[in-house]
Design a protein around this ligand. Structure first.
Ligand code: ATP
Length: 358
C-alpha cells in the first residue's frame, strides 16, 4: 500500500514534534525513519499507527485519507521495542491472538499462525512461553503476530535496540528477508545510521521534527543535502574543513594554509566566501611528495590499524582530520603527507546555511 504524508505536523503544547513532513512511500518499500533522539521519529510512527491524531496535515493510505480512521481499522501490523508479547500465552497463542480478536475460526487461525511461524523460522517453538525464548526468538514471535492478519503496512519501532550486537545484525537481515518475502510496505524507526543504510530502500532523515533528506541510503551518503546529513551518515564521520571560496579561480583554500583545491564545477555565486569542505575518510588519496597542485598537506598525529584498514589521524593547519589509506603504505606518526581527493568525492557546504552548494 502506498503511504503519503502531506504537510503532516504534530504539536504537543509548546513542542512542535513533527513539522510539515511531505513524504511518499511506494508500495512494497522499506523506509527507515532516522535521526537523533527527539527528532520526531516515534511521533511520526504513532501518527501512522493512529495512536496520535495529527495537529495538521493529511495522511493517506493508498487513496484514502486516514486521519480519522481508528488504529484497528488501518490494516497495520506493529512491532514495539519491547515486543509486548503476552507472557502467559504460548508462542502459538500469541501469534493467533489478533485473529482470535477478529473472530477468525480457531482451525483457520491456527493454520495461519503456523504458516507465519514458519515464515519467521520459529515453528519448533510453538508450545513455549515468551519467557523461555531468547530476545531474537521473541522478536520473531512479535513479527509473526504483527503479520498474521496480513496487514497492508508494517510499523517497526526500534525493534533491534534490545538485542546484542551480533543478534542485531542477524535480525536486521531477517527483517529484510521477511519483508521482501511478504512484499509489505514497511516503516522502520531507528537512530542507528548503519542499520538504516543496510536495511532500507529509502531513508527519511529528520532533525528537530523537520525533514532533512529522503532518498536511497547510498545516495544520501554520496550526495548529502546539507552538513547535518553529511555528518549523520557515515562512521567514522566525514571530515568538515573550513575553507575560503574564490569565485575568480573557482577554487577553495584551507583557512590559514597554502593548500588549495580547484573545483571541477562552478558553484552558485550567491554563496561564499566562507564554506565548509566535506571529505569522507575513504575519499582521500595519498599522492607523491612533490605534487603541488590540488593537494592538501597534512601532518600525521596517530596511525591506527583497524583490521584490514589503516586510519591516519592528521592535522591540516589546526584542523584535525581522519584519512583511510591502503593497509601496507608505510606512514608513521610525525610524517608530512600530501593528500589528493578522489574526483567528485568532495562536498561543499555553505557555512551560513549548511546547504550543499555543489
Ligand atoms: P527517540 O529516538 O528518543 O525515541 P524520537 O525521534 O522518536 O526520539 P519523539 O519521541 O517523536 O522523538 O519526540 C519528538 C519531540 O516531541 C521530543 O521533543 C519529545 O520530547 C516531544 N514529545 C514526544 N511525545 C510527547 C508527548 N506525548 N507530549 C509532549 N511532548 C512529546
Amino acid at each position: 500500500m502506498k503511504i503519503e504524508l502531506k504537510d503532516l505536523s504534530m504539536q504537543f503544547d509548546d513542542v512542535l514534534a513533527v513539522d510539515r513532513l511531505n513524504v511518499t512511500i511506494r508500495e512494497g518499500e522499506l523506509v527507515s525513519l532516522l535521526g537523533p533522539s527527539g527528532c520526531g521519529k516515534s511521533t511520526t510512527l504513532f501518527m501512522l499507527a493512529g495512536l496520535y491524531k495529527p495537529s495538521s496535515g493529511d495522511l493517506y493510505f493508498g487513496e484514502k485519507r486516514v486521519n480519522d480512521v481508528e488504529p484497528e481499522n488501518r490494516e497495520i501490523g506493529m512491532v514495539f521495542q519491547n515486543y509486548a508479547l503476552y507472557p502467559h500465552m504460548t508462542v502459538l497463542k500469541n501469534i493467533m491472538f489478533p485473529l482470535k480478536m477478529s473472530k477468525v475460526p480457531k482451525q483457520e487461525a491456527q493454520e495461519r499462525a503456523i504458516k507465519m511461524a514458519k515464515l519467521v523460522h520459529i515453528e519448533h517453538l510453538l508450545d513455549r512461553k515468551p519467557g523461555q525464548l531468547s530476545g531474537g526468538q521473541q522478536q520473531r514471535v512479535a513479527i509473526a503476530r504483527a503479520l498474521v492478519k496480513e496487514p497492508k503496512l508494517l510499523l517497526l519501532d526500534e525493534p533491534l535496540s534490545n538485542l546484542d550486537a551480533r543478534l542485531r545484525l542477524e535480525m536486521r537481515e531477517e527483517i529484510r528477508r521477511i519483508q521482501q518475502e511478504v512484499g509489505i510496505t514497511t516503516i522502520f524507526v531507528t537512530h542507528d545510521q548503519e542499520e538504516a543504510m543496510s536495511i532500507s530502500d529509502k531513508v527519511l532523515l529528520m532533525k528537530d521534527g523537520q525533514y532533512q533528506q529522503y532518498s536511497a541510503p547510498q545516495h544520501m551518503y554520496d550526495k548529502p543535502s546539507n552538513m547535518f546529513v553529511g555528518t549523520f551518515m557515515g562512521s567514522p564521520p566525514i571530515n568538515m574543513i573550513p575553507v575560503l571560496y574564490s569565485q575568480e579561480s573557482n577554487s577553495i583554500q584551507m583557512n590559514e594554509t597554502e593548500s588549495t583545491l580547484s573545483l571541477g564545477q562552478q558553484i552558485h555565486s550567491s554563496y561564499g566566501p566562507n564554506m565548509i569542505l566535506g571529505i569522507r575518510p575513504e575519499d582521500f588519496v595519498l599522492v607523491e611528495d612533490n605534487a603541488t597542485e590540488d593537494v592538501l598537506t597534512a601532518r600525521v598525529t596517530v596511525v591506527e590499524r583497524i583490521g584490514r584498514d589503516t586510519m591516519l589521524n592528521a592535522t591540516i593547519g589546526d584542523k584535525h582530520i581522519r584519512v583511510l589509506i591502503e593497509p601496507d603504505v608505510p606512514v608513521q606518526q610525525g610524517d608530512i603527507v600530501k593528500l589528493g581527493v578522489r574526483p567528485n568525492r568532495y562536498h561543499l557546504f555553505d557555512k551560513e546555511t549548511g546547504r550543499n552548494v555543489l
